[in-house]
Design a protein around this ligand. Structure first.
Ligand SMILES: [Zn+2]
Length: 606
């Protein structure tokens, strides 16, 4: 079947079919299949054309086993046939009750998200939305928080089987703990979850110190928010962090979870986000996908328990974002009439007249929200300092290059730089890489070290991948070119191999106009050239080339890594310490909130 192509390329696909409403945890359960009626109905009414549908089918056991233990599958199958009984493996009386046919219905949710990822990988559609998906709490060996099988984790696993790097963005009000647990050890999956803090909400996890381990250290990013955090503070956190994290990581595909339970009216949680902000968030994710992931984007639904007034509007806004359509405001009167009686039966009248909310969804800002909003900004800065490379932060803070502004490409314009770039530099991790003619092993050559390169010299050189953040070397090259042209007295030392930069050290003045104090922003060497003392030679030359500098400062957190080929966290920290101490720095463990969240973070002075 040939997809219905438009001028913008293939239209997005909606994952929905007869299996979708069969995931039914019982009468009175908050995650009700009743949401599909008004939800899909409104989405259809708001869209200009009938959606291309992909009907989910149950995933086979071998697929579910990518993320779940076989013993757990057997338990789910057994309880599917005999739902009555005590709680086991998280199934039973409580959040995730057993029901007849539970295995097949849960496997169909999983199958929907895996099939959605396959449609994206085949190029059938750049964007797919699976509103019934997003069951992000399911753990390898147990059900949790209304979730039996973890469909977003399985969709991620599907992309990983092709060697693709995945950015997972979890916007549900609850921490995406299951996805984090399942991909905790994988450095090829960056998991970013923005949620109400675990101190006040299920599942009680998702704190800033959950950063991942070993090679994957720095690939779990958590933003816990206080109850009553408002829409502007929530959106500011997303805008501040998501573009910089995406640029630094370099994903091939995005998976996002759009739980509608962040909404101010949600009965199970306490944030004060609006549909307006959730629509903006979906458009931000779309822009990130186009700029950094070749447009590949799988959006799922998630929580959301105001099923007449909130969930349908959020689904519609995600769908409109995937269609790159201007955000229609008015909800058709026919939809309001159709669902009025159902909404009344559940005490949810009046039905809204517009997709977007009034400011604050009609709630006024009080002192609690003001405090929560302020806390969100503080947490956002802490997480940024921990998880975004220093060079990317400095670039934004000093105006050389901003990841958010770099998203401003037309998704319908075709040939977006991110799309082509994303495809082009995937080969750097491809084990099938072939040696070009005239290739000699790098170890036979010595790079030329230049203690300082000016803007003109930099422009004449090509930057190899894996030297400096952001992950895309074309963007990293542009960032440094802008830095060298700025009044920030940026200095760059480079190691050059036949016109290509294979190593670099970057510094800038430390906040003041004078050259007395300098901040070391980045030290990097391309993978093939590591372990040969190039970083040490570069750093020593760089320090000597700045004779008027009397004080040097450096800080390295878990963010300072090669996202394509990261070393174990302890090895990274040890290398950074030895490099700095070898050049006369005094190195200490970072103090304060940084040190508490990332015990191997270091601060160095010279
Ligand atoms: Zn798009």
């Amino acid at each position: 079947m040939k997809p219905s192509a438009t001028a913008r390329g293939p239209a997005p696909v909606l994952v929905y079919g007869p299996w979708s409403p069969r995931y039914d945890l019982g009468a009175g359960h908050p995650l009700t299949p009743r949401r599909f009626g008004p939800g899909v109905d409104l989405l259809r009414a708001m869209a200009a054309e009938e959606p291309r549908l992909l009907a989910p089918e149950p995933a086979p056991d071998d697929v579910i086993a990518w993320a779940h233990d076989r013993a757990y599958l057997h338990t789910v199958r057994r309880r599917s046939e005999a739902p009555l009984g005590p709680r086991e493996a998280g199934i039973g009386p409580g959040d995730t009750p057993a029901f007849a046919g539970m295995h097949d219905a849960s496997a169909a949710v999983a199958g929907g998200s895996v099939a959605a990822m396959e449609a994206i990988l085949r190029g059938d559609a750049p964007h797919v939305f699976h509103p019934g998906g997003g069951l992000h709490h399911a753990m390898p060996d147990r059900a949790a928080g209304f979730c039996v099988y973890n469909d977003p984790a399985l969709a991620i696993s599907r992309a990983r089987r092709e060697g693709l790097r995945v950015l997972y963005i979890d916007l549900d009000v609850h921490h995406g703990d299951g996805v984090q647990a399942i991909h905790w050890h994988d450095p090829g999956v960056l998991i970013v979850s923005i949620h109400q803090s675990g101190t006040t909400l299920f599942p009680g996890t998702g704190f800033v110190d959950e950063l991942g381990q070993a090679e994957a250290a720095g690939t779990s990013v958590n933003l816990p928010l206080e109850p009553a955090t408002g829409e502007d503070a929530w959106m500011a956190v997303l805008r501040r962090l998501l573009p910089e994290l995406a640029a630094s990581f370099g994903p091939d595909v995005i998976v996002s979870q759009h739980g509608a339970d962040t909404h101010a009216w949600d009965p199970l949680a306490n944030l004060r986000v609006t549909t307006t902000a959730m629509g903006e968030a979906a458009r931000l994710v779309d822009a990130i996908a186009h700029r950094w992931a070749g447009g590949r984007w799988l959006a799922t639904g998630g929580g959301g328990y105001d099923v007449y007034r909130v969930v349908p509007r959020v689904w519609s806004l995600v769908w409109l974002a995937a269609q790159h359509r201007d955000q229609a405001l008015a909800i058709p009167e026919s939809w309001r009439t159709r669902w009025a009686a159902d909404a009344a039966a559940h005490g949810k009248l009046p039905l809204p007249r517009r997709l977007q909310d009034d400011p604050g969804a009609g709630l006024s800002v009080d002192g609690v929200q003001t405090g929560a909003d302020r806390a969100a900004a503080v947490t956002s800065e802490l997480v940024r300092d921990l998880t975004v490379p220093a060079l990317v932060r400095a670039a934004a803070d000093r105006g050389w290059w901003r990841a958010l502004e770099d998203l401003a490409v037309d998704p319908d314009g075709g040939g977006s730089p991110g799309g082509e770039q994303g495809a082009a530099w995937a080969d750097r991790v491809d084990p099938g890489w072939r040696r070009p003619a005239g290739w000699r092993p790098a170890e036979l050559r010595r790079p030329m070290i230049l203690d300082s390169v000016d803007a003109t010299g930099w422009q004449a050189l090509e930057l190899r991948p894996g030297v400096l953040a952001p992950a895309d070397p074309v963007t990293a090259h542009r960032l440094i070119a802008a830095a060298l042209a700025s009044p920030d007295a940026v200095r760059v030392a480079v190691a050059i191999d036949v016109g290509r930069i294979v190593g670099a050290v970057v510094s800038a003045t430390a906040g003041t106009e004078t050259d007395a104090a300098r901040l070391l922003l980045a030290v990097g060497v391309a993978p093939a050239w590591r372990g040969r003392g190039i970083a040490t030679a570069l750093l020593r030359g760089h320090l000597e080339a700045s004779p008027r500098t009397t004080r040097w400062v450096a800080a390295a957190t878990v963010a300072e890594r090669d996202p394509m080929a990261p070393l174990p966290r302890a090895t990274r920290a040890d290398l950074a310490r030895r490099l700095l101490e070898g050049s006369g720095f005094t190195v200490r463990a970072s103090a304060g909130a940084i040190g508490r969240a990332d015990p191997l973070a270091i601060t160095a002075t010279r």
